[in-house]
Design a protein around this ligand. Structure first.
Ligand code: 5GP
Ligand code: MN
Length: 337
């Protein structure tokens, strides 16, 4: 870490053209860590652009700096121009170049120095020149804080940076409840609140600001779409594209649904299967030692963490349900105890 921090500090002594990018389907941690990094770098006179592969949930749009973000899918020309002029590209919150989807071609071709900041397992070290990877960090936002601390820039953490990092840590720890939350996480959160992060307001903006349609969709999932496999302590919820249309789906509306299945007494493995834009995506969650990242990478071209992972299926929603059922049966020994 120390050596990488020194290299980074040296690289940042003169104003540079900087691009920050993050994974497709950016979540609170992806956006929070990217925006925090932008607010930090701008203080030193760097020209910073955030380019996301695609758009992200409305409940993140209040974050400071949101209005200048370039969405690759919607503005390819601009993204191409900026990327080809970049001196440095920060890769935030992903460990494999596939996670930035179609934007990966431009990034791979660029001669910019690439800096990876991430907390996922098995980072592909060939995608960056400088790598900050800590799979024990609760979030990429926590890792960004630790880098800022190590680089001796803590006094540069203003309200904007503090709020963005707060969102990243809060969302990736399930509001500080996952086992990745440590004493250090809470210590950092205390520092962020002291630096101006309005914690109550942030929780309200992210969690208690949902559309009626989103709540109805959740109700539908729990009442009509929940499949329980109590013998194997597992649950599946699925949604087709038609069902999303029925509830006037907006990006982010299905986020967190999988956690309700996992909140049922006895359930240690939950899968959420959803068809979006013709792609069937899986969100897998578990409690304890049941490794969903193993299942995601073995069966669904994905990955993630022990208790939270995701991937895609080339089958229909119904066929994917059958496949997950087969997997549940295959893993019955691990699921039963
Ligand atoms: P979610 O279910 O919220 O989409 O994703 C949970 C976690 O699984 C993410 O933080 C990420 O680590 C991982 N993940 C989700 N989708 C994919 C995917 O398509 N590929 C890989 N490698 N990881 C994924
Ligand atoms: Mn993350």
């Amino acid at each position: 870490m120390k050596e990488n921090v020194l290299r980074l500090k040296r690289m940042l002594t003169h104003p540079k053209q900087i691009v920050i990018t993050t994974h497709r389907g950016p979540d609170g941690d992806a956006m929070g860590s990217s925006l925090a990094m932008m607010h930090l770098l701008e203080q030193f006179g760097h020209h910073v652009s955030i380019i996301t592969p695609n758009s992200y949930a409305d409940f993140l749009h209040w974050m400071p700096g949101n209005d200048n973000i370039i969405i690759f899918e919607e503005n390819k020309k601009e993204a191409q121009k900026i990327t080809s002029n970049a001196d440095i590209i920060f890769l935030m919150d992903f460990s494999n170049i596939d996670r930035i989807a179609d934007y990966s071609n431009l990034v791979s071709k660029s001669s910019a120095t690439k800096v990876l900041i991430d907390h996922h397992q098995n980072p592909d070290t060939s995608i960056a020149d400088i790598i900050f990877s800590d799979i024990d960090a609760s979030s990429t936002a926590q890792l960004v804080y630790e880098i800022i601390e190590e680089i001796d820039f803590k006094h540069h953490i203003n309200k904007n940076i503090a709020e963005c990092l707060y969102v990243g840590i809060m969302t990736d720890t399930g509001s500080f409840k996952y086992s990745s939350t440590t004493a250090k996480t809470h210590y950092i959160i205390a520092e962020l609140i002291a630096a101006g992060a309005d914690n109550a307001r942030i929780h309200d903006l992210v969690y208690d600001n949902l559309s009626a349609n989103r709540m109805k969709l959740l109700g539908y999932c729990l009442n009509e779409k929940l499949l329980l496999y109590t013998d194997n302590n597992s649950a599946i919820i699925s949604l087709t594209q038609d069902e999303l249309v029925q509830f006037n789906f907006k990006k982010g509306d299905t986020e967190g649904i999988v956690n309700y299945a996992l909140a049922i007494k006895g359930i240690i493995f939950a899968a959420f299967i959803v068809e979006k834009d013709g792609v069937v995506k899986l969100s897998l969650r578990s409690k304890g030692r049941f490794k969903v990242n193993e299942i995601a990478s073995k069966y669904f071209k994905g990955g993630g963490h022990t208790n939270a992972a995701g991937g895609i299926s080339e089958l229909s929603v119904n066929e994917t349900i059958k496949e997950v059922e087969n997997i549940i049966n295959k893993y019955t020994n691990k699921l039963k105890n």
